[in-house]
Design a protein around this ligand. Sequence first.
Ligand SMILES: [Zn+2]
Length: 65
Amino acid sequence: MPRIIISCPTTGQDVPTGHRTQDIDLKIMAEPRSFRCPVCQQVHRWMGCDARVETLERPPSAPVH
Ligand SMILES: [Zn+2]
């Protein structure tokens, strides 16, 4: 399952929240969540609108046009 990632507000890097799309539906997520950022070691709060789903690395059969 793809990971849910946010952009770290301190460094701007994409960081995984530790959740996956099977755990959380971003569209119906009402409460902000906190997590400790692995990049800057600070606690960030994030909502569904801040998050996005990690892009899967190159599906093997993806057609290239
Ligand atoms: Zn951070």
